[in-house]
Design a protein around this ligand. Structure first.
Ligand code: PLP
Length: 306
């Protein structure tokens, strides 16, 4: 069912000049290579959920997301290849009457039924009564929360780390809904620190993480990276393009490029607390580049080279 996922994921060393100067080792875990279509961590979070759905003999998935959600896309695709119907509950009723963006068009292409709801109704997405209402409305369905972040999603993310990764002092990863970092924390050693870089400002994600982990060896950087979620400027575009030219790793514009930019600036300013051996999890998300490039070209800005 997930034959592609048996791939061995490697850690690739990157020799940035600043790292050599400070005698810091940085390795990037190439989770972006798990699959050409779905983001590394989105697959990790869906794997056990889909196995559970099959066990419970449910017929369809209901899940939630915004118009640019990588999670919705991954659900639609995995539903398509596994012959499971998918229903996406989308934030923003106005979108129903606009031309769909690339992400939602792809979801639809993979057979996802899109239901647009108001931002107010969307706030109820984690409310059990609201979820019950949806489960009644859509027959024999299995509900997956926004971002795929539930116990089974976290369990899948624990598989990102392996024995060899005990070598590192710190593990860095981008943070959205908090599922990925929760899995990494559960799998980390107490002597390691897990550092999350939030793509959203003041999201209250610490509370979510605390619901999945008991260890305390983690922290979140939650400053307003590049003006907020999915915001991008010329500086970030050239960072992504330069990095790709030098290291042949393409970083996504929403999560991983912002994280690495921040790691480098913390190291530059001697402000980092990650130790000398850093493992950065590249969670993928390359699928978002197309939509972001559309936005950039509309504004007459330079785009991300692929
Ligand atoms: C969704 C996503 C994240 C955030 O993961 P969470 O488990 O929601 O915190 C990070 N990177 C990429 C590429 C993503 O698509």
């Amino acid at each position: 069912m997930f034959s592609f996922a048996n791939k061995t994921i490697t850690n690739q060393k990157v020799d940035l000049p600043i790292l050599n100067k400070k005698k810091i080792e940085l390795f990037i875990k190439r989770e972006d290579l798990i699959h050409t279509i779905i983001s590394g961590n989105k697959f990790r979070k869906l794997k056990y959920n889909i196995l559970e759905l099959k066990k419970l003999r449910k017929r369809q998935i209901i899940t939630f997301g915004g118009a640019f959600s990588n999670h919705l896309f991954a659900c639609a695709y995995l539903g398509y290849i596994n012959k499971i119907k998918t229903v996406g509950i989308i934030r923003g009723e106005e979108l129903e009457f606009e031309e769909l963006n690339y992400n939602l068009k792809q979801c639809q292409k993979f057979g996802m039924e899109l239901k647009f709801i108001s931002r107010n109704e969307y706030k109820e997405r984690n409310n059990l009564r609201y979820q019950k209402y949806l489960l009644n409305k859509f027959d024999r369905s299995y509900l997956i929360p926004e971002g795929g972040t539930n116990d089974l999603g976290v369990l899948g993310c624990q598989e990102i780390l392996n024995e060899n990764d005990k070598y590192f002092d710190s593990i860095c990863c981008p943070v959205g809904s908090g599922g990925t970092i929760s899995g990494l924390i559960n799998e980390s050693k107490e002597t390691q620190i897990v550092i999350g870089f939030s793509a959203l400002k003041s999201s209250g994600v610490e509370k979510v993480i605390n619901g999945f982990v008991t260890k305390k060896n983690w922290k979140i950087y939650q400053d307003d990276l590049f003006g907020g979620y999915s915001k991008i400027d010329e500086k970030l575009v050239s960072f992504i393009n330069d990095f790709f030219r030098n290291y042949k790793i393409l970083l996504d514009p929403i999560y991983n490029s912002k994280m690495l930019y921040k790691i480098i600036s913390l190291i530059n300013n001697n402000n980092h607390d990650f130790g000398k051996k850093i493992l950065m999890i590249n969670t993928g998300g390359l699928h978002s580049i197309k939509g972001i490039n559309q936005k950039l070209s509309k504004k007459g800005c330079s785009i991300i080279n692929q």
